[in-house]
Design a protein around this ligand. Sequence first.
Ligand code: CTP
Length: 451
Amino acid sequence: MREGRLSGRLIALGVTGSISAYKAVELLRLLTAEGADVVVMLSPSATRFVGPLSFAALSRHPVESDVLDLLPDGRIGHIVIADSADAIVVAPATAHWLAAMANGLSGDVVTAAALATSAPVVVAPAMDGDMWTHPATVSNVARLRDDFGYTVVAPESGPLASGQTGVGRLAELPAIVDAVVAAVGGRPIRQASAAARPPVVDAAPRDADLVGRRIVITAGGTREPIDPVRYIGNRSTGKMGVAVADAAIARGAAVTLIAAAVEVALPPEGHVVRVETAAGLREALRDAMPLADALVMAAAVADFTPMAPSDRKISRAGGGLTLELSPTPDLLAEIAALGAGSGDGPGTAAPILVGFAAETGGLERAPEKLRAKGIDLLVANDVSEAGSGFGTDTNRVTILDRGGTVDALPLMTKREVADRILDRVARALDARDAAAQTAGMHPDMQEGRPA
Ligand code: CTP
């Protein structure tokens, strides 16, 4: 168990159906980072915004979402939580949930557990501005705070899901964590025994280490038109990039796969954007990157494009053909240059950037490419080697990082290479979050995100 302000504590996180329910995944991470054992309860409408799988995988406890469900051992889930949690934190709490709670209506697991517990309860509302100021909500909040003794972490002012600006955005996550820490205060731990707490589900770390992470992956080769019939292409089949997408999805990431020309099946899950040219890929990246936590740039992007593609088929009757080519921008270097500004507002954490380097005859140029592109990781391989490179199912790569570490991996399947790359991405993201927390700025504290 990690040392922190909530070490040894069981915290029950109740999530209700607000657009900001996705932030609860990050709140779970923050509570865990404080050393808490966290168990999650979802109201029925919350399950329409976020799936229980992410929460179960990260919390290592079954998620309670049905007030009538029993635990596998026959115990009543929300009562076990009510009796063993050191605090219940409801974030986000909708106007509907506040009303139900103020009136003791225990129709969902979150209200039921709150009614049944003697532990402190922390509530972080999130809703539209007019709903927040409605007299019904005002009196429900007052009842929770003044009559029940709950801690209310008031919503903040900012852009709301409706497009309007007002008070209603879920409070900043570190403020909610602080309120939980304050609520448990110096109280003794209620149930230190694991047997008295909700059961533990086992999840191999790789099955879940990218839950809540948004990863953009590019795959395949771009095609630069010469005329409507012909193009300049390359030998990339997209196998490596698609393997990274498959692996990232299996590890719980929300994946956007930007696919140029590929010769393999695309993953049925995940969001796929098809592109043809380097310019199209550039545009797709511009759309996808603002919310991304990481980019794995496996696409073989054309370095040159015909300066003036003909809009009619060029006839052989003209004799020979000379094409004038202009260089394409280095897309990865462009994104790296944006740095922390590539997110959607000031203070946004910079995404982790992974590039590939297809070399022939040795990897001597790789360290300089990593440095020149300004990226975090470079996956280099010698495509002239047997078993490596285009169209093969295997690859022998060397992963270089910013810190100068060089990890020469043996020949392995592209899927295994994908997992090795994602191991490094997951670690880098955890380190980024930890650094942001130390600096008092969590990556989720971004202006401009919906409440
Ligand atoms: N890349 C890119 N934009 C380009 C060309 C390449 O973002 N216009 C990316 C590729 O997706 C890959 C990495 O840069 O992740 C390395 O590509 P590579 O062709 O090996 O390197 P180059 O920068 O093109 O250098 P060189 O041509 O000297 O080998």
